[in-house]
Design a protein around this ligand. Sequence first.
Ligand code: AMP
Ligand code: MG
Length: 413
Amino acid sequence: MSSISTPEEVESFVLTACAPLPPVRLAIAQAAGLVLAEGVSADGPVPPFANSAMDGFALRSLDTSRAPVRLTITAELMAGQTPDRKLSAGEAIRIMTGAPMPEGADAVCPVENVGIEGLSVLIREPIPAGKNVRRAGEDIARGSTVFPPGTVLSPAHVGVLASLGIRTVTAVPRPRVGVLSTGDELVAPPRALGPGQIRDANRPALLATLQHSHFETVDLGIVSDDRETVAAALKEGLGSCDALVSSGGVSAGDRDTVREAIKVLANTNAARCFQVGIRPARPFTFGILGCGQPVFGLPGNPVSALVAYELFCRPALLRLAGMVEVNRPRHVAVADEQFSRRRDGKVHFVRVIASLDESGVLHARSSGGQNPHLLYSMAQANALAVLPDGEGLNVGERVRLILTAPGRVRMAS
Ligand code: AMP
Ligand code: MG
């Protein structure tokens, strides 16, 4: 019987074994969600020239110091046009948002605040210099480091890159992850259930959660409980994937052939069969195979598979993607019900529904049955409550949460 590992030990073992994939050059349109491998600096300023922030009248601030004052309208400037005349004392140029500031002008009076009479405009109040003018380089100065290596690119980052005229970046690619299910009892539609058979829930769920994290996925199908067959499927997956995730076959039963297959295929000393001191998801096998690809042998029970994925696999895949921050957001909530448990040397992960009350305080209640085959309560949950070894928690006590679906935390109705 192998020794029991803490979840922290397992996570750290797995993370240490996983390094970011080699960077690639790609178009910025493909880069959202990726991690920059090379920093980006600004060849020019943004905005590239001083321009108006309002529809109104470009003028000299000095001319308005004794407002109300009338100025002569001498020209009109639309966005995209270039000024062909200077602005002199006593003059105003009608200007649209985004149009370049004419030489001589240092402020813009919004059109809503003026009175227009023929070719003259009444400015009612003094306009300070710089008012309603977007300075050149106000957003980004020429030559500045815009994004350092390690930046996780959001859609707004892509917008900034585009505004700088940058078309490609060097970034860590999305890991391509192969998923297989193992078990003689598993079938998938259109095959009907035969006696003793169940439908494969893990492969679709794992493919979906991987896609949700913007990983590329490869569906490697269902494989029977035979060591050679499992090894052949893993080998095939290694041909096209940066990492493999399998479920089932990692306990100590006769047909638990995945752990054996991973051990046989793994590079020397690069496989570990863990017994993790947690519930659910006790057995977990990890190996580095082929050309250095990590392979995650998750337990078969559907909730165990998803919990082990959350705790050990997702952080490692994010590390492959070059991320430094690989953990889900963690929060403390008020227990809205009793979370009873017995002392058993394990950390329990309880499926819960987290919600916010009117004061913004987070609360947690169980999402249903907690046995590892009860996947429905996982579907209802948006967080895992972490119950350390002990007697559990009473109503009103503080409970630690891992928010597995932060976007699904709502105000309590
Ligand atoms: P195992 O880890 O292979 O011993 O499987 C543990 C339990 O999970 C068994 O009841 C299996 O039938 C079930 N199981 C394994 N793989 C899947 C799967 N892909 N979908 C649904 N249930 C599964
Ligand atoms: Mg099995």
